[in-house]
Design a protein around this ligand. Sequence first.
Ligand SMILES: [Zn+2]
Ligand SMILES: [Zn+2]
Length: 193
Amino acid sequence: MLSLPEYEVLAAQAHGHLCAGQILGLRMALYGVSLLGLSDPAGADRKRLITFVEIDRCATDAIPIVTGCRLGKRALKFRDFGKMAATFCDLQENRAVRVVARESAKQAAREMYPELPTRNQQQMSAYREMADARMFDVQWVQVSIGPEDLPGGKMPTVICDECGEGVSFARHLIRDGRTLCRGCAGERYYRPL
Ligand SMILES: [Zn+2]
Ligand SMILES: [Zn+2]
């Protein structure tokens, strides 16, 4: 594992700038993997870790810097709950911990660094040194991760009977005997013009 300043350099490169969200995300991931007892999440332990993130903000970009979990490797899962939270799952020990940023940490940052001019600067300084228990709440949780969710899983692609598009990883539905993609089953986020 690297030091926080070393992770900050990598996060700034990947994200395009260094911000309070990067530091929060790094701290969240460092806390999560330490609670799981993983000493080399992006290296020797990389095959045993899956991370769920619950928001698409700055902090989300920082989490894979520590965990090594990437969307394209199926080790990073996005559940859009709009919460500054992430769940770190150890597949080997079959346990998972959900780490949630406490709303009160923002106020604590203001109180720690009132002399700094912007909230981002206050939070950047505070989030480097604030105790884990003041920044985060922790829940041990159970996450069901099926074979269709695992990194490296190979499953046949099926063809939707309605639109003809291919659907991987068993994300299709069977309705009245027809194979449907989730879009054709009514979950479309877009409308064909
Ligand atoms: Zn940012
Ligand atoms: Zn379809």
